[in-house]
Design a protein around this ligand. Structure first.
Ligand SMILES: *Cc1c(COP(=O)(O)O)cnc(C)c1O
Length: 396
């Protein structure tokens, strides 16, 4: 394996060719193995495979050739030793958190989490005796103060949803290391191209592949990546026996998504940067948050930690909810939708959709006001997007 040329491929090459296992037919595009199980040449062969003495697939809840190609391609991109693909981002997050924890353990997480992730940490885990503390992830002292003798896991996403705060991954990773704990990073917003949590010291990376990795609004998916020892010890059995497996069809769709990921993320980020600059100068916009701009509250950290400015931006419309709704309703090209990372530009009003379950106080802590909107910039011509935004801002 040490002379495997794929290990030296640059990301754009790995994303087109990585992990491909051609069948005897020599197909160009990756084969779609829509099969639940596999047959054995003999009873002895079945026995050997179950004993782990012979290679090969057993059952698609454990592993499947199309899913394995997706996992392998993601490992090359992330620089991870091993991975397990899952049916959704939330299946991946839940497995990544629960597989190594037990009653009596303690988790420290940033409070600015994707809504369902916050529910898993705040509501689900305590039912099973796992305690958690939520902190302002941008304040290093809060992470340090939250550590207890039984802290086993740290969990964060950066940039955060929807206000695009940046958390210092290397700092939290060092803190985890010093306390014999692990850091899990949800890297959805940054994409695997613009931020490398494992290189910054994180132990586990999770994705909702539903977002930029598919990038064309077709299917759900997720993945957990780490070193082989952690996956063997914690995730392997949990994954096989709880069954959050990714469908081979969705794995095939995601493989196709990976081929174009760099082209899409590069163009979407360039358009997001231009839109952020235009909105920042607009009198109807009270605030723009974009990690690629020098006026981002953590611009220096964003530059150090990320290699791009993000495909997402956050804005506050002057005039609160009524103005934010009038603005969204006046858009003709940009669609109102809570998904992100899509080829189509999508806008959402977090206070009434993705973050409606939080109290007013919790929303205020996260910087989500009545006029806050999250814009996921798509692949349309940026001039058409600017025209749509200008017209809608005039209407608001
Ligand atoms: C969407 C998302 C998830 C959940 O992913 P699903 O594929 O919808 O289950 C988790 N974390 C972040 C940051 C997300 O944006």
């Amino acid at each position: 394996m040490t002379d495997d040329p794929s290990r030296h491929w640059k990301p754009q090459t790995a994303l087109v060719h990585g992990g491909t296992q051609r069948s005897a037919f020599g197909e160009t595009s990756e084969a779609l193995y829509l099969t639940q199980g596999f047959v054995y040449d003999s009873a002895e062969a079945a026995e050997a495979r179950f004993k782990g003495e012979a290679p090969g697939f057993i059952y698609s809840r454990y592993a499947n050739p199309t899913v394995a190609m997706f996992e392998q391609r993601m490992c090359l991109l992330e620089g991870a030793e091993d991975a397990r693909a899952m049916a959704s981002g939330m299946a991946a997050v839940t497995a990544a958190l629960l597989c190594s924890l037990r009653a009596g353990d303690h988790v420290v997480a940033a409070r600015a989490l994707f809504g369902s992730c916050r529910w898993v940490v705040e509501t689900l885990m305590p039912r099973y005796g796992i305690e958690s503390t939520l902190v302002d992830g941008t304040d290093p002292a809060q992470w340090e103060r939250a550590v207890r003798p039984n802290t086993r896991l740290f969990f964060l996403e950066s940039p955060t949803n929807p206000t695009l705060e940046i958390i210092d991954i290397a700092h939290v990773a060092r803190l985890a290391e010093a306390n014999g704990a692990r850091l899990v990073v949800d890297n959805v917003f940054a994409t695997p191209l613009q931020q490398k949590p494992l290189a910054l010291g994180a132990h586990v990376v999770v994705y909702s592949a539903t977002k930029h990795i598919d990038g064309q609004g077709r299917c759900l998916g997720g993945i957990v990546l780490s070193d082989k020892a952690w996956i063997d010890e914690h995730l392997h059995d949990h994954f096989r026996h709880t069954g959050p497996s990714l469908s081979p069809f969705n794995a095939w769709t995601l493989l196709k998504g990976l081929e174009t990921l760099p082209v899409r993320v590069t163009q979407q980020s360039a358009s997001a940067a231009r839109i952020a600059d235009r909105l920042a100068d607009h009198p109807a916009v009270a605030r723009v948050v974009y990690p690629g701009r020098d006026d981002h509250p953590q611009a220096a950290l964003a530059k150090r930690q990320m290699s791009g400015g993000s495909t997402l931006l956050c804005l506050d419309i002057a005039g609160g909810k009524a103005a934010a709704f009038a603005f969204q309703n006046a858009l003709r090209l940009i669609a109102i939708s809570n998904n992100l990372g899509d080829a189509k530009s999508l806008i959402t009003h977090p206070a009434t959709t993705t973050h409606k379950n939080l109290s007013d106080a919790a929303r205020a802590e996260l910087g989500i006001g009545p006029g806050t909107l999250r814009l996921s910039v798509g692949l349309e011509d940026v001039d058409d997007l600017l025209t749509d935004l200008d017209r809608a801002l005039a209407a608001a």
